[in-house]
Design a protein around this ligand. Sequence first.
Ligand code: NCD
Length: 309
Amino acid sequence: MRHLLDTTDLSLDEIDDIISLATDIISNPKKYAHVCDGKKLATLFFEPSTRTRLSFEAAMYELGGNVIGFSEASSTSASKGETVEDTVRIVSNYADIIAMRHPLEGAPRVAVTKTLVPIINAGDGGHAHPTQTLADLLTFFREKCRLDNLTIGLCGDLKFGRTVHSLIKAMCRYKNIKFVLIAPNELQVPDYIIKDVLEPSGTKYVQVESMDAVMPDLDVLYMTRIQRERFFSAEEYLKYENAFILDLDKLENAKSDLTIMHPLPRVNEIATNVDDDPRAKYFEQALNGKYVRMALIMTLLKWGGQLEY
Ligand code: NCD
């Protein structure tokens, strides 16, 4: 039995296989419509979510399976003081696979000590969000036909943004990747990402405070939301609320084949008229999230011996 707690739990070959499977699901959805007949996914969301939870649920339904779960901790025994370990131990008797989101970093790591079924980390605090990264990689692959030789601008809240942390960990393993880390100094990537991930991998990176000068170099611009809920005070958040806003003017010097991405939800960091620019791919990225989660559910169930396909 295998779990997915962060992107590095998967080898590059395994990621390739998941992307290939997702691509085949996109081309031949009927072939997969009954692969998970009789199986249940539990979605345990102790923290708000729209895309991640609903795309997991849609993924399981499109594979022929069923879904149980909750979308807020207040409606569960967590509000009575039940531990994550106990909740997961119980739910793993009711479901074949679990997708879990929790506000505390490391909560899924605790959960795997008690589960009887595979666990997928659907986001743990400001730490990691590996299934978003798989959606991002599928988007690179579909838009650029490659996962190497890319200059990727990451812009916004790189400190608390877990999507960015998992994406850097994943992309550092591919050849000739360059990161342009665009954020106010206070919201730059955590030190451990620089020291334990970027530097040991030899991946090139620069840290800048404005997107204007770097825009012409980028193959991908990955915008992120300032993570209001992870700031200690409202005043602190307000300092950065409008730090970076992508609009059509800023895109004037960008490559004609730039891919603009965002894990969503968007607050104000991408002007809505950018949505009509052919380079905007964030809605496609969200759809890719469903396909890659279908591929991941199938893969983890297969590795656990619960599914043959
Ligand atoms: C992200 C998350 O939850 O970390 N959203 C998502 O899963 N698509 C990004 C965010 O909340 O800003």
